[in-house]
Design a protein around this ligand. Sequence first.
Ligand code: PHE
Length: 362
Amino acid sequence: MENEVENIKFLDLVRGALSVDDLEQARISLLGKKGEITNLMRSLGQMDVKERKVKSPQYNRLKQTLEQAIKEKRDTLLKKEIEARMDAEWLDISQDPREMNTGLVHPVSRVTEEIVSIFSDLGFSVAEGPQIESDWYNFDSLNIPPDHPARQEFDTFYINPDDNGRSENVSPNVLRTHTSPVQVRFMEKHGAPCRIIAPGRVYRSDYDLTHTPMFHQIEGLAIGEGISMSNLKWVLVEFCKAFFELDSIDLRFRASHFPFTEPSAEVDIRCSWVANSLVVGKGDDWMEILGSGMVHPNVLEAANVDSTKFQGFAFGMGIDRLAMLKYGMPDLRSFFDNDIRWLKHYGFAAEKSSNLYDKLSG
Ligand code: PHE
């Protein structure tokens, strides 16, 4: 009878376990090295033969009953734990996925890439120069001496001006007003002949529908022996046809003046405004897209190029203007507002990364 009570106490210990850990504790306290049942089994050795004959089968049965009970209990507990985890970690696969925010390529970056790729087909390579420029490179070397009226026309941002707002006497630095200083920097370093384009940011104190204080230009320069104005015209017409994807293009070469080219021409493209957006090739409006001309001998000499041997052409185009024309954007100022709605509307999917994805998954 006493045994029965003991047995029930052991079984309760097993059945009362609340977790797998709990059950393991119970098992150790019963069947472990120093467990109660282990001790009982050990005590058989001290008994006389008669007593052992009675107790031994009892103890063994008890041990087997407990082992069986532990196994069953472990199974139920494990099952319960798995069910609890499945409840807790349940995933609603029917739910809508979270929106992915993929970035887009800004029209200026996209158009710069398009222009660079067209000119590299024509044999031009890419050069660069600093945005903070000395007034030697921005003006003097380009045949614009300190008192030349053209300095005023540029609406220059001066850095460290002296008391009179002029920079001649102290640290003569400016935010470059055009990409033309790259002409001189490049020829000085690499000499002639050469054929380069130089895209980048330029700065002028100006602000309206088609002007922003920071904008983008791309400079072109081709120097060699026997280069003429007709080479310039051919390159520009070919470029415009490729860029606007048109078989023929209406360009207007207007005689103009730049101190660093002689003769000089400004080039306009035929366009019109239809429903608040710009259309290229049709209409009665003209939009100026670039300045150009034959590089002035003084510029070649400033860059240590022999002007009796070499000559060539240069041009400077407004990248943002070309973007407005090609993609029908009415207001240049919105290019740099960082308005996410504008960027989403006019931005381009990143072709490069999708190609990469194809490569990775293919
Ligand atoms: N630098 C001129 C401008 O910004 C453009 C230009 C470049 C003109 C090269 C002639 C030759 O207006």
